[in-house]
Write a protein that binds this ligand. Structure first.
Ligand code: DON
Length: 309
């Protein structure tokens, strides 16, 4: 049986806290280094509207790589599968999320999947709109709709801090421009991508988005089909194969649910037909995933038999 109370979750949060000091907060984006390492929160949102949560649930955090799943959904809605997958692949890399290595060796030159930084930049490039501002407005409105929260905004300080220091991502983008995967001005794309990564919410909002994906793109409360069924299926499949970067295989064995992490410490889980999970814990392991967040999911998976496999 799935979790039925906040107290049950609180017990798991208390146990998962034990590993917090085995990790570190991200500091390659300078503003993320200010995060409080001890924070940890979890929320579960069920299709019938029940929400269970525990820990620092009011803490906001930036989506970072979790936004890659949502940008992919919007690009697929905008262009369809064929167009998108001509420009970005469907295969895991086994490399760190910001690696440039396979971009050069893969032929034809396109990023291997939409969850690594190179692939995410190619996907953000595909979001339609008349200007960078308009494209960002479309993306954030889409995310407000998915989370049923009209107040969702982005953290300007973190966006600027990443924009000012994102030279590795700039290098990936310039490489792809040389190979016609990206055709727009790179600074405009970096502006859009860093704002996308800096979209902010708490674990409750994230659990609601996970639940929409779990319910095949439908908002269970309003019955609105926000994401087409096939697009939701593709997103969840990438979450299984590439969502936790080069720890995705181990995560599939130990937890066994579609999930996507971000370097601010968020993890979005989506258990098909059952519920959405939102987690925040900024202390990261060496692969860039929330160390206590993963511990929490491992315990939840065992206690509630969550594995799909
Ligand atoms: O592009 C970057 O490096 C960040 N904005 C996002 C990376 C990220 O979240 C990787 N996650 N584990």
């Amino acid at each position: 049986m799935l979790c039925q109370s906040n107290d049950e979750l609180q017990l798991l949060v208390n146990q998962a806290r034990e590993v917090i000091h085995d990790g570190n907060v991200a500091d390659y984006i300078p503003a993320l280094a200010k995060a409080e390492q001890e924070k940890l929160s979890v929320a579960l949102f069920y299709p019938d509207g029940r929400l269970y949560s525990a820990g620092d649930t009011n803490e906001n955090f930036t989506l970072q790589s979790i936004s890659k799943v949502l940008a992919l959904a919007l690009a697929l809605i905008d262009h369809g599968e064929e167009y998108v997958f001509q420009r970005v692949g469907k295969e895991p890399t086994g490399d760190p999320f910001n690696s440039i290595a396979k971009l050069e060796t893969n032929k034809p030159s396109k990023p291997l999947n939409p969850m690594i930084n190179a692939g995410a930049l190619a996907v953000t490039h595909m979001i339609k709109g008349e200007s960078v501002e308009h494209r960002f407005e479309r993306l954030i409105e889409f995310i407000r709709c998915l989370s049923s929260n009209e107040t969702i905004s982005y953290n300007e300080e973190i966006a600027k801090s990443e924009y000012d220091t994102a030279d590795l991502n700039r290098a990936l983008a310039f490489f792809m421009k040389q190979h016609d995967v990206i055709t727009e001005d790179i600074e405009g794309l970096m502006d859009l991508y860093t704002k996308q990564c800096a979209i902010e919410m708490n674990c409750n909002d994230l659990a609601r988005i996970g639940c929409v994906l779990a319910m095949d793109g439908r908002n269970p409360e309003t019955d609105e089909q926000i994401i087409p069924v096939d697009v939701a299926r593709i997103c969840k499949t990438f979450m299984v194969t590439c969502g936790m970067y080069n720890a995705s295989g181990e995560f599939a064995i130990n937890v066994g649910i579609p999930a996507k992490s971000g370097v601010a410490g968020g993890i979005m889980g989506s258990i098909p037909k059952k519920c959405g999970i939102g987690i925040f814990g900024p202390s990261l392991d060496d692969k860039g995933n929330s160390i206590a967040g993963i511990r929490l999911l491992e315990m939840m998976s065992r206690q509630y038999s969550l594995s799909m496999f």
